[in-house]
Design a protein around this ligand. Structure first.
Ligand code: M6R
Length: 360
């Protein structure tokens, strides 16, 4: 039931704090989490894969893991497994991420890695799904059923669970400074509260932004570091349900080609993590887009100095950078939702798409 919301997508966006609380509860009580972290800490090479939104969560996991554990983690899009599987062997581990646990591309990747002798950890939202059943260790998000075709609450619960796993793994590897593990896990425990605030404080502003850009045919979503998968997720949402062509790429690439497309009123949405070094670098990218007359939107931590440098600042809670996907994604989901609504589209049933893709 929609519980008074006009669409499942909006309901599910608002359900995110609750979904995160249940997922946290599960993570703390599930012995599989410890087993998964042990397995990752012992692995030679870690690979992580998924499709669509689940790939964005996978990339987020790789970026957080590399920063915390100082080891390479290779993220790839599930349907591209053929280019990666020959590099895998029995000492390696694949993390397979899928909301439904039934996506054929991800299942094929899992099977191909198992054939090479690699072990598999799955993260799904569906107990007893094919991907969970065929993995060696199954970890779950507890987002509850997601009806909207666009993944929303499942992305936030995936990024929470994967960040938790990255912290647990780095702890076992011994790469965190004294007390850092507790500090990071505490940050993750605060995410339901941060997401609640991110939704409630940005909703009105995002509606206005949607009106401003609803006529745009094309947009950029830019970021760096851990903000990049979040930018990709924002772009996928607006393509998927509002049919706006949106491209996400690392902001440093602008000068290598894409900036040629920017002209006055071209919308550029920056995801700006709470990280001084990333902000310093993003400032240059913001300036170069402004110089071309782009409409610059910044999703940024409250109080950031970059607020003065963008045309529209959407402030989100000032949390630790490891929580970027949780704090910064809600306004991007809402933006896609409102643009779709303004265009008279049904965000729950985008054309040409199925909720779960069980064909190759
Ligand atoms: O069930 P899965 O997480 O494996 O699904 C993967 C993708 O098909 C899915 O995330 C898709 O990209 C969503 N519709 C995005 O909103």
């Amino acid at each position: 039931e929609k519980e008074g919301y006009p669409h499942f997508m909006l309901k599910e966006i608002h359900e995110q704090p609750r979904a995160l609380r249940s997922t946290l509860h599960g993570l703390m009580s599930d012995a599989m989490m410890g087993e998964a972290a042990e397995m990752l800490a012992d692995a030679d090479t870690v690979f992580v894969t998924g499709a669509g939104t689940s790939y964005h969560a996978s990339e987020y996991f790789a970026l957080i893991s590399m920063r915390l554990a100082e080891r390479p983690v290779i993220a790839f899009i599930a349907s591209e497994y053929g280019s990666y599987v020959n590099a895998a062997g029995p000492r390696d581990v694949l993390v397979a991420v899928s909301q439904s646990g039934e996506t054929m591309d991800t299942l094929k990747a899992l099977r191909a890695f198992k054939k090479r002798g690699s072990r598999v950890i799955s993260l799904t939202n569906a107990v007893d799904s094919a991907i969970a059943r065929e993995s060696d260790v199954a970890v779950y998000t507890r987002a509850g059923p997601e009806i909207g075709v666009a993944a929303t609450k499942t992305f936030l619960t995936q990024t929470l669970a994967l960040t938790w796993l990255a912290v647990e793994t780095a702890t076992r590897i011994g790469s965190l400074r004294g007390g850092e593990e507790m500090e990071l896990l505490k940050e993750l425990e605060s995410t339901p509260k941060h997401v609640e605030e991110s939704i409630s404080t940005t909703s009105e502003l995002v509606k206005k932004l949607a009106e401003r850009i609803a006529g745009s045919k094309s947009m950029y979503y830019l970021s760096r570091g851990v903000g990049l998968p979040v930018a990709r997720e924002g772009a996928l949402k607006i393509k998927e349900i509002a049919y706006v062509h949106a491209e996400a790429y690392p902001a440093g690439e602008s000068k290598h080609g894409p900036i040629a497309l920017v002209e006055p009123s071209f919308p550029v949405v920056f995801t700006i993590p709470n990280d001084a070094e990333l902000q310093r670098m993003l400032l240059g990218n913001i300036e170069e887009m402004r110089a071309r007359g782009g409409v610059i939107v910044g999703v940024l931590p409250r109080g950031s100095e970059l607020r003065e440098r963008v045309d529209l600042a959407i402030e989100v809670p000032r949390a630790h950078w490891i929580a970027t996907a949780l704090t910064h994604t809600p306004p991007l989901q809402l933006l896609a939702y409102h643009v779709a609504s303004l265009k008279g589209l049904d965000p729950d049933k985008p054309r040409n798409l199925a909720k779960t893709v069980t064909v190759e």
